[in-house]
Design a protein around this ligand. Structure first.
Ligand code: ZN
Ligand code: ZN
Length: 384
């Protein structure tokens, strides 16, 4: 079998068997790569093109289509020897950008606990000068940015929820460290951390990992949230997220977990069944400004809510996405970072695509009650 360099869900690997395509979901929707094998003329680098009507940016990245394709929506599940994310396979990924590792161990060797590597065929690439230009009525820029993979543990575990709370805390610190580092780059404006779990959520490799895509523009979904929150702030003089937490805790109907520093809730206008938001109680517009006490608690909160979702819904595919403020803003009084978890229980179909309306068959009050009452065991399974 031919040996080919490729990427699997964000990381460079040497494919030794049928590699599968993958899709990113939600926030940064990278196209499904399982294209028919027609000849693609490569662009020298990715491009960002703006839809002149609604202002939505699209990433055109031809390199991503060069990856070998396989059956649609089939996750690659190599364990042990075949998994490029397992300890001992550091040579199967590009050189690491960051790792938390044991003393007296060296980069790209064993001894790491959490590891960040770049994507070989990224949706955006970090080298080059940012050129913005117009072509008649159209606006475009070259695809400067960053696309990184955070491998969350060295052993072959498929769900973050099974990691120890300390391990999850280290993953959260890595998110923060990467955002702090990337925001020093004046070309880059927005960093989005997200996670795809399961085939229906766009994951093509099962070893637990997250991704970070950093863009030279603010994604439209965040822009819409920020401008809505700004309108509320201008009208009421308060942060809508702070008000929402206050009201939800008072009424309790949609609260799933209430801890000293976090509220976990089913949002009032949930788009999807069991949509869940994790919102810090202390107002903070930027995730990277998170405090140690919050990280300590969030490790437990995230493990708990993911275990609840896995238990209640029989290990569904899901995405989570951290919504935070753009790099080039100071602390904002009107915006409030949060983490959105979207179980992929239903498919978005024609009506949703056509209208932007979502039809949700599970009232958030019922979803919250169900998750609230689902009991879970936080002890991590034994390893090795
Ligand atoms: Zn693995
Ligand atoms: Zn707030």
């Amino acid at each position: 079998m031919e040996k080919v360099e490729t990427t699997i869900n964000g990381a460079e690997v040497t494919a030794k068997q049928n590699s599968t395509p993958h899709q990113f979901a939600n926030a940064i929707d990278v196209a499904d790569d399982s294209l028919p094998g027609f000849l693609l003329r490569s662009l020298p680098m990715p491009e960002l093109r703006k839809d002149p009507i609604v202002g939505r940016w699209v990433i055109i990245a031809t390199d991503r289509a060069k990856r070998p394709t396989g059956p649609r929506n089939e996750p690659q599940n190599p364990g042990g020897e075949a998994c490029p994310f397992c300890e001992g396979h550091e040579g199967d990924t590009p050189h690491e950008i960051l790792s938390y590792r044991d003393r007296n161990t060296r980069p790209n060797e064993r001894g790491w606990r959490v590891r960040v590597v770049p994507n070989k065929f990224p949706a955006l690439q970090v080298e080059g000068v940012l050129h913005k230009r117009g072509e008649g009525i159209y606006d475009m820029m070259n695809g400067i940015g960053a696309h990184e993979v955070i491998v969350e543990c060295p052993f072959h575990e498929i769900t973050l929820a099974n990691l120890s709370e300390d391990n999850i805390r280290e993953v959260l610190w890595v998110y923060r460290d990467r955002l702090v580092d990337l925001k020093k780059d004046p070309r880059l404006v927005y960093g989005m951390v997200f996670k795809n779990v399961g085939a229906a959520a766009g994951a093509s490799i099962e070893h637990t990992h997250s991704q970070l895509i950093v863009t030279p523009i603010v994604p439209i979904s965040v822009w819409e949230e920020m401008s809505g929150a700004m309108d509320f702030f201008n009208y009421r003089g308060r942060c809508i997220y702070c008000d929402m937490i206050h009201q939800e805790i008072m009424t309790e109907k949609r609260i799933i977990l209430d801890t000293p520093h976090f509220a976990v809730l089913a949002p009032y206008a949930s788009r999807f069944p069991f949509e869940t938001w994790v919102v810090p109680k202390h107002h903070n517009s930027h995730f990277e400004n998170i405090q140690k006490t919050e990280v300590d608690e969030l490790g437990t909160v995230l493990k708990t809510i993911l275990l609840k979702i896995e238990t209640a819904l029989d290990k569904p595919s899901y995405n989570y996405i951290i919504h935070t403020s753009p790099f080039d803003t100071q602390a904002l009084p009107h915006y409030h970072w949060h983490l959105e978890i979207i179980p992929r229980l239903t498919r978005v179909a024609g009506f949703e695509w056509g209208t932007g309306f979502y039809i949700n068959s599970v009232p958030p009050e019922q979803a919250a009650a169900f998750l609230r009452e689902t009991s879970v065991d936080l002890s991590a399974p034994a390893r090795r």
